[in-house]
Design a protein around this ligand. Sequence first.
Ligand SMILES: [Zn+2]
Length: 537
Amino acid sequence: MPSLKRKDRSAESTTISSLSSEEDQRQPGTPTPNSEYELEPSPKRMKTDQPPQDEESEEEDREVNTRAPRQEAPLEGYDDLYLDTVDRNVLDFDFEKLCSISLSNINVYACLVCGKYFQGRGPKSHAYFHALEVNHHVYINMQTQKVYVLPEGYEVKSKSLDDIKFVSDPRYTKEQVMALDRQEVTAWTLSGKKYIPGFIGMNNIKDNDYFNVVVQALSHIPPLRNYFMLEDFSAKPELVKRFSILVRKIWNPRAFKSHVSPHELLQEISLRSNKKFTLTAQSDPVEFLSWFLNNLHLALGGSKTKPGSSIIQQVFQGKLKVESQAITAKADAGDRLRFEEAAEVKVDVNRFLMLTLDLPPAPLFQDELEKNIIPQIPLTNILAKYDGLRAQEQLNTRKRYRLLHPLPPYLLFHIKRFSKNKFVSERNPTIVTFDARNLDMAPYVEPNPQYHRPGEPIWYDLVANIVHEAVRGREDSVEGEEEKHAWKVQMRDRSREEWVQTQDLFVEKTQKELLYLGESYLQVWERRRDGKKKSTR
Ligand SMILES: [Zn+2]
């Protein structure tokens, strides 16, 4: 695995300015030192210890020139020389592209023989010396996808390399993306393993399954997925670019292997979140999703004040009416508490990206066998929080919640299982039961004939379900002790009308009727466009 250390991007400017080659110059959209996402533009970081990469000028260096003459083009009849040394089995473009020697992320080439990354291709570059030292001759530029033979230095334009270019940066036409949910595609890896594009494993590098389940779920929300697969993000921040490429890799029908590694995106997230979310420490998927949606929204140019200003808000944002009433109690003549019912009702309208659903406290019943009974509750019961009738008391305020039209195309439900008091984090194991189809949201929305005929249902169907699993730390540990969290995600395969469950590298079919059996934690529901009720079978 390449080193995780990352060179400061602000070091780029000094290096870039010494480049003379046009095609090795920074591509549009590469982060600039003064981009809005540069967190620490510290002046001392402008210094760099990297040798300038002088590509095309090939300044006189007698020793190097006698060892390897540079060529503009291959000798006649030798244009596929060395291509049989390319080893697709060692290629993995999922890891952050850092030169294995200088650790720089600028102007990086992958050696197609051993898979390692090296900076530059000029006569003093690390790639050049790698070619001389170990006789590996074929290199791909990780930004331009152009392939070169070193040390000679000419470009190879063979069609036989197209599969490698596609794996490193898969691109799709609109027609291909529109067909994703309609055509049943089966694909095969290099080693002949069968897989379904869109339903592949994701490496848990250390403790990043909380992240994997969120990315998997998001990449199965069609409008979001299509946007990140088709738009040109070359001028956008790294966060957007790296999420886009990961989504495109998840759906790759010509992948070399049936899993992806989220390393590149996670490195960027770790940096942007000041290490709040990393690949080495478990986090909460809901906290991560909130952070990720907000940061994607801003990185896409979304406004902090204007609603609907990015695809994130267009897909998930809804409105919520909150009525608050102060609870005032006075002691009457008989010293009994008397509640003042006439307190003024304050009405606020809040926007949300995610709805929190509270679980009732889990009773610790025991059956005859002295085993804990796990309580169950229907999803519609915990959604009743939003019916506008039931009041919830918070401190000295009574609150009622109700959703407002128009409801967003996708609803995110956070089933609140974890609570923290001063000393411990507690988990509520209550099972939430639901049908994956035909969730009627109408009872939780304030009627508004302008948007929806009152009394008619508003159907939503489940798209993805993130499930918590408590893993005992030790064989003999008791409930609650040394528990570790593990996460898996269940997703709908629309082309086959099947459900697939993935947990890191494991991908398996599951049944719609079994989805509710786990500790659902985060759900994505999709509003049905035609408004008709579907058979639940
Ligand atoms: Zn090599």
